[in-house]
Ligand binder design. Structure first.
Ligand SMILES: [Cu+2]
Length: 153
């Protein structure tokens, strides 16, 4: 009997680790879309403050390649947003339009093109509940429009 209960426990753990949609939804996995119209599908994102880690998945639902209409998802404080976006433009596509080693960046995905998806998992340690952080796309010319708020609540 003991072995059976260990086996059951292992299977539960494996299912939890697999992260598929059948597992319990704790609100710590978020997703959003972005298309060729240079818009994110949402302007406001939030997750429970109880999430130690958050995974954000970005789905590019457009057609254009990443060098023409690339999108990423970058998270910073509201105060750091513009500086990170400007420096990201200089960093170029090879760096996913994020300055290498930029400590102001809380999280950032790769730049993707139409039909692609990408995700990033980041720790909420150091973030403050109730504060409106800024998420944006750092592709040059996009961040003026492609931005929104991200809040732990
Ligand atoms: Cu973009």
């Amino acid at each position: 009997m003991k072995n059976i209960s260990i086996y059951t426990g292992m299977m539960t753990l494996l299912i939890a680790l697999s992260g598929n949609s059948a597992s319990a939804d704790d609100g710590c996995n978020l997703s959003l879309g972005a298309a060729d119209n240079m818009q994110f599908s949402t302007k406001a994102m939030s997750a429970p403050a109880s999430c130690e880690n958050i995974t954000v998945t970005l789905n590019h639902t457009g057609q254009f390649p990443k060098n023409a209409m690339g999108h990423n998802w970058v998270l910073t404080t509201e105060a750091d947003f513009k500086g990170v976006a400007m420096d990201g433009g200089s960093a170029g596509l090879k760096n996913n339009y994020v300055k290498e080693g930029d400590s102001r960046v809380i999280a950032a995905t790769a730049i993707i093109g139409g039909g692609e998806s990408t995700s990033v998992t980041f720790s909420t340690g150091g973030m403050t509940a109730g504060t409106a952080y800024t998420f944006f796309c750092s592709f040059p010319g996009h961040w003026g429009i492609m931005k929104g708020t991200f809040t732990l609540s």
